[in-house]
Design a protein around this ligand. Sequence first.
Ligand SMILES: *Cc1c(COP(=O)(O)O)cnc(C)c1O
Length: 434
Amino acid sequence: MNYFSLNFNSSTVGFLEAVCKGLAPDRGLYFPEKIPVLSKEFIENIPNLSNHELALTAIRTFVGDDIPEERLESIVEETLNFDFPIVPITSSIASLELFHGPTLAFKDVGARFMARCLSYAHEIKEQKKLTILVATSGDTGGAVADGFYKVEGIDVVILYPKGKVSEVQEKQLTTLGENITALEVEGTFDDCQNMVKSAFIDPELTNSVPLTSANSINIARWLAQMFYYFIAYKNRPHPDKDLIISVPSGNFGNLCAGLVAHQMGLPIKHFIASTNINDTVPSYLNSGNYEPKKSVSTLSNAMDVGDPSNFIRIQKLFNNDFYKLKKVVSGYAYSDSQTKRALKEIYGESKYIADPHGAVSYLGLKDYLDTQEGNNVQGIFLETAHPIKFAPTVEATLKLKLELPNQVIKILDKPKLSIPISDYKALKNYLLER
Ligand SMILES: *Cc1c(COP(=O)(O)O)cnc(C)c1O
């Protein structure tokens, strides 16, 4: 499979080259030349296949000949080595839990898949060690660090703002060691991001240290998220009903991957783009005008995005046809007080503890299902983070104390290993002298 740039000013590249590059040289996002369509036999046989078999078939054509079958099989197995349970909330609503990975975030799947593809690319090229440089405001850094932990040929350097990530997040970034280094930056997330950007355009640095990013726009992170939708379809509680899936969205990579699965022929009747008050896409779906905004902080902060980077891919999938898109996707947006009320409602209904992102996703699903009376439908909302990652909000809203999951217990007593840095010069020196 070849990938072209959505800025249409770079040459097409194969899967691995697109993974290694991240962004095309013209700064455009890569997009596959065609979306493969799965056979009827395969779709009918989904209930009999394992998660690994499903994922392998789903991703196979996108990878093409760039990774041999056996290797791709082991990459998929290592990517999906935890559970994705579906938990019923009401007779028509269930939660698909995507947070059972090592860092309790749904970003684990994309990060693990990307890490293993890059490691293979590095192996066949036998070049110098690659350094992944990422700035994080919390969740991405943890998933990337863990995804690349002990992966051959790759070092990870993470910049995070001192005192501005939660205790659990800091532990996730700083306790791994080995090929993962955490740099604690005296400054904000924007400072971290600016330092990373400066590094990528500094020839003195990039000529001697091969650098790449693990950004969420990377095709390996984006496409691997498609696996969730195959798993949702396979394990849906009511196979006799039409399936509706609600996706809590920020940069819209996850929803966009679901829409790819849909175009491949996976029978999902409708998608809900659920957001917090950063409602650029729901507004667009209502008005037809796309107006990016400045992002606003909310309780579901992993979705605080005012100009979602993957929206252009969604438009491309529908050939920029607003009406075609609207047939498949509806959008809903919610305030923080609605989110808290939803946390209580879900808990009241079934003792289920959601996190703020899952609560937003639940609300979108419920509002859409209200428009479907008389139709034979069932809904699944994606639960993208473990509630412990948002413990202060969840515990105060539900008036309870959350149990610590093993993934957290394991790291709480480990010593923090980080290197304090204050400016770009310090980052550059560190990368050159290491
Ligand atoms: C990143 C993230 C999202 C948003 O996913 P996108 O693919 O950026 O739309 C939602 N929930 C959680 C917990 C996240 O970390």
